[in-house]
Design a protein around this ligand. Sequence first.
Ligand SMILES: [Zn+2]
Length: 275
Amino acid sequence: MTGPSLKIGDYTVTAFSDGVFETSINVTVGVDKQMTQRISGKSLTDPVFLSVNAFLVEGRGVRALVDAGTGDTMGPELGKLPENLVAAGVPLDSITHILLTHIHPDHSNGLIDGAGAAWFPKAEVVVQEDEIKFWNDRDLSQAAHDRQRKNMINARRSLVPYADRTTRIGDGEFLPGIHAMKSPGHTPGHNTWTIEGGGDSLIIWGDTIHMAFMQLQRPEIAFIFDTDPEQAVQSRLRLLDRVAADRTRVAGMHLDFPGFGYVRRGKDRWFIDAE
Ligand SMILES: [Zn+2]
């Protein structure tokens, strides 16, 4: 699926779907499970379907993809990003950059196909230094648990074909009008990408929110996927505050496709509006 496009200065940003991820509300940590059932209206075993989105940023001689989807690692309902790009007339070898929000299976496993070859043969991979250090550079014995170890193995495998064209960054402007800013906690180098120009801007906020139907009511809800749940909550609150105050449009990898919206603060909860 190809979503609508936004014009931000000289850039056009288009939402692409990688597919739908099935999970449940039983993946929360540090909060009362009764409360999560009450505010979501779901039982712990009800299926929850989350969009997995990526965003194509085109302009100024750049064709950058923000995140790469799941590849063939998460089942038949996912891994649709390459075919959706091609169907929209975007050859995969025309992608100049993969701007990662973070290294997690649903964002970076899609760098490669099932045989381990690069889906994006000419793209430069761009990732926060803290992020690639954590997933790629540490010894596997340093993994906190099995799932983290598995993610470290997948990260390495996905990055191999890009080894000589991977750029490690810190915060700041990476390309004209395209800025990186760390928002850590979900992962150590979880990154937001701000696209700006012509007095307008958009923050592609990665996994700041996973389950909008719960976390807009209670942003303190964290998930087992968060490397540091408390820090993830602080980063979420900081970003929600900021984008609500200055009315910056956001794009989210797990907001319902196409994943664009404006954050608004209500009396006792947050909202995301289409306009
Ligand atoms: Zn994710």
